[in-house]
Ligand binder design. Structure first.
Ligand code: AHR
Length: 491
C-alpha cells in the first residue's frame, strides 16, 4: 500500500499556468499542414488556421505557445514572414527535411493563432545566424506603440496596435544547433542581446537565456554567475529517449522492459531540476529567475514510412504516463519551474493532436493536459509520498507519483500516476485541513501498454469517470488500475 499525506491547510507555492505551455516549431507537419492549412483549404479554417485544432487546444487552456523553433529559430529571419503573402520570400527548412516553405505563416499569422487560442506568445529569437539588431527590431515591430521605423512597418502591414509579447528567448540550444557556442562565449552574447531587447512603456519583457541540455551543470553555473541579473528565465531541455539517439525505439511496439526504461528515463527530470535548481539557488536564493523547461517530452523513432526529418510519432498510454509524471514533478518544483513547453503541439514528437487531411485525433497525452488543467494558477499542496517501489534493471522506482493543488474556491485537485505496466496499486491518502463532502474524478488507462488512438479508432484511450476513490475515517482510498493517470477533485 502506498501512502500520501496532503497538507491542504498549508498550501505553498503558486503553480504558474505557464508550466502547461506548448511548443510549435516549423518542423514537419506542425505549422504547415498542422495549424496552418491556408485560407483556400477545404478544411474549415479561420484566416488559414484550422478551426477544429483551435477548439481542441482551447479545451486545454493552453497558457503560452513557443514559436518558431527550436533549431529552426536560429535560421529564421522574421522579415521573410511579413507583408503580402505573395511577396514573401520562400526559404528552405534546412534542419527539418530540407523542404521549401513559402512563409505564408509568419509573425501576424502566429499572433492571430495566439489570439484564437487565448494564449500568450513566446518568441524564440535568432542568435545563431541573426544579429542583435534583427532581434531588437522584431521586439519593436511587435511591441512598440510610438512611431518608429519598425512600428510604422507593422502598421503598413495592417496591424495598428502593438501586441503584448512578454516572453522572448535569446536563441535556442546555443550549445548545439543554435551556434555550437561555449557557455563562456554565449554568456556575453546573451548579455549583449538582453541589453538591446527593450521594454516598451506598456510591454515589459521576460528575457529567457538558453540553458543547459540535460545534465550540463557547468552551463547553468556559468550562465548564473555571469548573467543572472540580466535574465528572467534560464531554459532546460530534456527529452525522454527510451533507446539511444541512433535508435530511439518504436512509439507503439515495445516490451514491458522498454516501458520501464522509458518511465525511468522520464523520472530523471526530477534529478535534473533539483540539481540545476541547487546551482541557481547559489546565485538567486529568492528564486527570481525561472527554470524554463521549454522543450520536454518523449522522442521515439518516427512512424514507419514517414519522413525522418518530420519527427512524426504515435502516442500511447506510455506517453500519457510520461506526461502525467512529468507535470506532477513540475508542480512539485513550481518554486523554480516557472514555465515549461512540451514538444510539440501537433504532428511532431509528443503531440497533443495528430492530423491527416481533414481528420484529427486527440492523443492520450492530450487528455492528461486536460485532466491537469485545474492545477494552473492554483496553490501547491505539500505532499509526503511513501510509494511502494518496483525494481527494474537494478533501479528502484516509485510505483506512484503525485501532486495536489488547491484553487481559489478551496477545491483540491489531486493527480496521481501508477507507472506499473500490469499491477494495480492502492493508495491511502491522509487529507489534512479540509473536510471532504464530494469526490469526483477521471481515470485514463488502457487495456494494453501500447494502446493508442488512431484515425480509424480515435477513442481507444480516453478518460473515463473514476469510481475507485472513497473517503472513510478521514482517509481517502484510491484504487488505481495498472498504467493509469487519475485526477481527483475533492470538495
Ligand atoms: O523539438 C525538436 C528539436 O529538438 C528542436 O528543434 C531542438 O531545439 C531540439 O534539439
Amino acid at each position: 500500500m502506498s501512502r500520501v499525506v496532503m497538507n491542504v491547510d498549508a498550501p505553498t507555492t503558486h503553480i504558474s499556468r505557464h508550466i502547461y505551455g506548448h511548443f510549435a516549431e516549423h518542423l514537419g507537419r506542425c505549422i504547415y499542414d498542422g495549424f496552418w492549412v491556408g485560407k483556400d483549404s477545404s478544411i474549415p479554417n479561420t484566416r488559414g488556421i484550422r478551426n477544429d485544432l483551435v477548439a481542441a487546444l482551447r479545451a486545454l487552456k493552453i497558457p503560452n505557445l513557443r514559436w518558431p523553433g527550436g533549431c529552426f529559430a536560429d535560421d529564421y529571419h522574421w522579415k521573410d514572414g511579413i507583408g503580402p503573402p505573395e511577396q514573401r520570400a520562400s526559404i528552405v527548412n534546412t534542419h527539418w527535411g530540407g523542404v521549401t516553405e513559402n512563409n505564408s505563416f509568419g509573425t501576424h499569422e502566429f499572433m492571430d493563432l495566439c489570439e484564437m487560442l487565448e494564449c500568450e506568445p513566446y518568441i524564440c529569437g535568432n542568435v545563431g545566424s541573426g544579429t542583435v539588431r534583427e532581434m531588437s527590431d522584431w521586439v519593436q515591430y511587435m511591441t512598440a506603440a510610438a512611431s518608429c521605423p519598425m512600428s510604422d512597418l507593422r502598421r503598413s502591414n495592417g496591424r495598428e496596435e502593438p501586441w503584448k509579447v512578454r516572453y522572448w528567448g535569446v536563441g535556442n540550444e546555443t550549445w548545439g544547433c543554435g551556434g555550437n557556442m561555449r557557455v563562456e562565449y554565449y554568456a556575453d552574447v546573451y548579455r549583449r542581446y538582453a541589453t538591446y531587447l527593450r521594454n516598451q512603456p506598456d510591454n515589459r519583457l521576460y528575457r529567457i537565456a538558453v540553458g543547459a541540455g540535460t545534465a550540463d551543470y557547468h552551463w547553468t553555473e556559468v550562465m548564473m554567475r555571469e548573467a543572472a541579473e540580466l535574465m528572467d528565465g534560464l531554459s532546460l531541455h530534456y527529452y525522454t529517449v527510451t533507446g539511444t539517439w541512433e535508435d530511439k525505439g518504436s512509439a507503439t511496439e515495445f516490451t514491458e522492459d522498454e516501458w520501464f526504461t522509458c518511465i525511468r528515463k522520464a523520472l530523471r527530470i526530477e534529478e535534473l531540476i533539483s540539481r540545476h535548481s541547487s546551482i541557481m539557488d547559489v546565485y538567486d536564493p529568492e528564486k527570481r529567475v525561472g527554470l524554463i523547461v521549454d522543450e520536454w517530452g518523449t522522442w521515439h523513432n518516427v512512424e514507419p514510412g514517414t519522413n525522418p526529418g518530420f519527427l512524426y510519432q504515435q502516442n500511447t498510454i506510455r506517453d500519457a504516463l510520461v506526461a502525467g509524471l512529468t507535470l506532477n514533478i513540475f508542480n512539485e518544483h513550481a518554486d523554480r519551474v516557472h514555465m515549461a513547453n512540451i514538444a510539440q503541439t501537433i504532428n511532431v514528437l509528443q503531440a497533443m493532436v495528430l492530423t491527416n487531411d481533414e481528420r484529427l485525433v486527440l492523443t492520450p497525452s492530450y487528455y492528461v493536459f486536460r485532466m491537469y488543467a485545474g492545477h494552473q494558477d492554483a496553490k501547491r499542496v505539500p505532499l509526503v509520498v511513501e510509494a511502494d517501489e518496483v525494481e527494474h534493471d537494478g533501479y528502484q522506482m516509485p510505483t506512484i507519483n503525485a501532486s495536489a493543488s488547491v484553487n481559489n474556491s478551496g477545491d483540491v485537485l489531486v493527480t496521481l500516476c501508477n507507472i506499473h505496466p500490469h499491477e494495480p496499486v492502492n493508495v491511502d491518502c491522509e487529507v489534512r485541513g479540509i473536510g471532504i463532502s464530494q469526490i469526483s474524478g477521471q481515470v485514463l488507462t488502457a487495456p494494453t501498454i501500447d494502446a493508442h488512438n488512431t484515425f480509424e479508432e480515435p477513442e481507444r484511450v480516453i478518460p473515463k469517470s473514476f469510481d475507485g476513490a472513497s473517503f472513510e475515517n478521514a482517509a481517502l482510498r484510491v484504487r488505481m488500475p495498472a498504467r493509469s493517470v487519475v485526477a481527483l477533485w475533492l470538495r
